[in-house]
Design a binder for this molecule. Structure first.
Ligand code: TRP
Length: 445
């Protein structure tokens, strides 16, 4: 069977942006920034996006495009007879871990959307938004229904191939999400007490830099937000043909992704302070702040409805790219159909999702890593360890296994001055930085 392909380069760009822009920009960015001191975190995050993530994004996509295979197969093809392919398994593993918790948060988003349809959340529910949210996520059964629905939608899109479903939906809903966020940002800035939130986000507390955990948190967020280091972008790159030029496309994806993160920070933090919410309240943060903003807006019920709808779509276009990683791999290895493979993979991820969801209820006392609950622990291992490790090995692969000429050719950089800068970054700068950040997180420096 012939390998699937994107319709156009724009189709690839949209799918890659759809993968990058998701819950990571709104939900994850705001609670990780909130936990790590705001402004100082933002600076580090942006620094790592420019210095590490965007150059690595180009690297990752180019591996897939060159090899025309999945995350394990690509290494086997480009480096036959070597153990490089083993690094691909980290990607497959992180796909399970990440979609395991991502689907839970996406399920919460669908639940919010339905509450705006029925008008339930147009006004404060009994116990306020914080109380209502806490009640909902700690229930054993109710959240699972929404997780299952979200996984089913993800599987449906992956089964039908990415081109018609997700590409088309993204074309409409990404712009809507952007417009809504910008509109909400202006509103949020106008709230009484907003300046405190803006200060939190934009004027760094320099002492936060002495906190070791901030470096690994910013690195993990850069990887997570750009869908980097797992092989999702590699797999998407493998559906590209050679005639499309990569460097501009990857820059665009990086810019767009950071734009969404910053705008959602401008929406969330002024509201966090204006409504007296603790910025370090963790994963529930946006689910408490956003409804509080919407409630104060004229026609807020409708704004909330459109917003959560767009958020669910953004989450879907991301989850599809995660499910595609193990799907592409297992389809090839076992010669299974796309339908069977994606249903099986999705079912395993849903099983993980059950564990994550119960971590907010009957298993809320379970703390696998430090005092982190189940979701936070899985997120920590996947985002802060496995993704940067995956990125590190990709950089080493292209920087050291390829010749310079091969590396430049794979990225359409032959004869380009920026190409030399990129090459130095992925050969030396990015690997050294990632290793330093790891050593720092481990307490060695
Ligand atoms: N980047 C997405 C977001 O911000 C999540 C995501 C999609 C992802 N594909 C990925 C994260 C691959 C890590 C690896 O919501």
């Amino acid at each position: 069977m012939e390998r699937e392909k994107w319709g156009t380069k724009l189709g690839f760009m949209l799918a890659a942006m759809g993968s990058a822009v998701g819950l990571g920009n709104i939900w994850r960015f705001s609670f990780v920034a909130g936990n790590n001191g705001g402004g100082a975190f933002l600076i580090l995050y942006l620094l790592f996006v420019i210095l590490i993530a965007v150059p690595l994004l180009l690297t990752e996509v180019s591996i897939g495009r060159k090899a025309q295979s999945d995350v394990v197969g690509s290494y086997k093809k480009l480096a036959p007879g070597t153990p490089w392919f083993l690094t691909g398994f980290f990607g497959v593993l992180s796909a399970f871990l990440i979609l395991g918790f991502y689907s839970v948060v996406a399920g919460w988003s669908i639940y919010y959307f339905t509450n705006y349809i029925t008008g339930n959340f147009a006004t404060q529910p009994a116990g306020g938004y914080e109380g209502a949210f806490g009640m909902f996520i700690s229930d054993s059964w109710q959240p699972l229904f929404w997780v299952a629905l979200f996984m089913a939608l993800t599987i449906f899109i992956v089964v039908s191939g990415v081109k018609k479903g997700i590409e088309a939906a993204n074309k409409i809903f990404m712009p809507i999400l952007a417009i809504l966020l910008i509109f909400l940002a202006f509103y949020s800035i106008s709230l009484e007490g907003a300046s405190e939130g803006l200060r939190f986000l934009f004027s760094p507390d320099w002492s936060a830099f002495s906190e070791p955990s901030i470096y690994i948190a910013a690195l993990g967020q850069a990887f997570f937000s750009l869908s980097l280091g797992m092989g999702a972008m590699l797999t998407y790159g493998s559906y590209l043909s050679k005639e499309h030029k990569l460097p501009g496309a990857t820059m665009g994806i990086g810019l767009m992704d950071s734009f969404f993160a910053i705008i959602s920070g401008i929406v969330i933090f002024p509201a966090v302070f204006a409504f007296g919410i603790d910025p370090s309240s963790g994963p529930p943060l946006v689910f408490i702040t956003l409804p509080s903003i919407f409630e104060q807006l004229p026609f807020g019920g409708i704004v909330g409805l459109v917003f959560f709808f767009a958020l669910v779509l953004a989450a879907l276009s991301s989850s599809v790219s995660i499910l595609e990683v193990p799907t592409a791999y297992f389809m090839r290895v076992f010669n299974w159909s796309r339908r069977f493979t994606s249903v099986l993979m999705g079912a395993i991820m849903f099983a993980l999702g059950i564990i994550v969801s119960l971590g907010f209820g009957i298993w809320s006392g379970v703390t696998p890593i430090g005092d982190n609950g189940i979701l936070d622990s899985m997120d920590y291992v996947a985002s802060n360890i496995l993704l940067p490790l995956g990125g590190l090995t990709m950089a080493l692969f292209v920087g050291w296994y390829f010749t310079k000429q091969q590396a430049l050719e794979a990225t359409d950089f032959t004869g380009s001055a920026i190409g030399n800068v990129w090459y130095i970054i992925i050969k030396f700068v990015a690997p050294i930085l990632i290793i330093l950040i790891f050593l720092n997180a481990l307490g060695f420096i």
